[in-house]
Design a binder for this molecule. Structure first.
Ligand SMILES: Cc1cc2nc3c(=O)[nH]c(=O)nc-3n(C[C@H](O)[C@H](O)[C@H](O)COP(=O)(O)OP(=O)(O)OC[C@H]3O[C@@H](n4cnc5c(N)ncnc54)[C@H](O)[C@@H]3O)c2cc1C
Length: 266
């Protein structure tokens, strides 16, 4: 079994600030972490390896400091890690990010399953996982809450997806790309041995030259069809508070229901 996990290093905050002139995220002065959803993807890959044997490779596209995120994955137990880092990748939108990661995965080759987080807490689009699956022309299973069954010999997988309306059970063939939600597991903490191994591990860095099949015009800002037209903070919502009085909870509930009907909320 070979699982590839895509992880992103993100600012350690959900209060992301955007430079209004350039439209890019302000990362200076904000400590970085592994995107929290990606730690669940790492954990799930490690559990698959514990059950079926094989290896877990972790990849990330980002600046040189993203090595720290990869080392954290090694400390958790991942076998190998690769950083994709090159000025040519800078300015990538979600399409170019997925294109670059897919090319790297194609080069790694011989994988059974790819795991991603459901979304990154900075970009928040949730597009990169499905984008990679599309680029590689493999099945995609998003918002996975549980792997019910997986058979690497028969190349089949059945998962439960967590949707707003409930849960959905889907079965498909492998290789497949899964994006996972945080209810799927409880990520482990790195062990002392793992941290020692991570400290010793040299993370290979792949540049654009290491991806000869990736077309240079499709990388980085050049290869990004998204254009940020304007970045702004929406004005704070205004509203008013209405206290519903009543002799009993029943009376208060009835008044509330009348009010909601009147406002056409229900
Ligand atoms: C025009 C434009 C220019 C941009 N320029 C830059 C830039 O210069 N630098 C920059 O950092 N961002 C840049 N961005 C933001 C960038 O598009 C996104 O941060 C990035 O593509 C990932 O999208 P997301 O954060 O929405 O991830 P999501 O799609 O929400 O992430 C889902 C999952 O995909 C995987 N994933 C996402 N990104 C990566 C990654 N880099 N490596 C490995 N796995 C990953 C993870 O498993 C993650 O949980 C730019 C965006 C636009 C529109």
């Amino acid at each position: 079994m070979h699982a590839i996990v895509c992880i992103k290093q993100v600012p350690d905050t959900t209060d992301v600030k955007v430079n209004p002139e350039t439209g890019t995220l302000i990362r200076e002065g904000v400590p970085s972490i592994v995107n929290p959803f990606d730690t669940y993807a790492i954990e799930e890959a490690l559990r698959l390896r514990e059950k079926f044997g094989g290896k877990v490779t972790v990849i990330s596209m980002g600046p040189p400091q993203a090595k720290e995120a990869l080392k954290e994955a090694i400390a958790m137990g991942a076998d190998e890690a690769i950083l994709l880092s090159d000025r040519a990748f800078a300015g990538s939108d979600t399409w170019a990010t997925a294109y670059t990661l897919a090319n790297a995965i194609r080069k790694i080759g011989d994988f059974d399953i790819i795991l991603c987080g459901k979304q990154a807490i900075d970009g928040d689009t949730g597009q990169v996982g499905p984008g990679i699956a599309r680029q590689l022309d493999i099945e995609q299973l998003t918002y996975v809450f549980k792997i019910q069954e997986i058979d690497f010999q028969a190349k089949r997988i059945r998962v439960e997806r967590l949707l707003e309306e409930g849960r959905e059970v889907v079965e498909t063939r492998l290789p497949a790309l899964l994006t996972v939600v945080k209810d799927i597991n409880q990520p482990r903490y790195p062990t002392i041995m793992g941290i020692r191994r991570a400290t010793r591990t040299e993370i290979p860095v792949w540049t654009a030259a290491d991806l000869p099949d990736a077309k240079p015009e499709l990388l980085g800002l050049k290869g990004s069809p998204t254009q940020v037209v304007r970045v702004f903070n929406p004005p704070p919502r205004s509203g008013q508070i209405v206290m519903i009085e009543g002799e009993s909870p029943q009376e208060q509930a009835a008044k509330l229901a009348d009010l909601l009907l009147k406002e056409k909320v229900i």
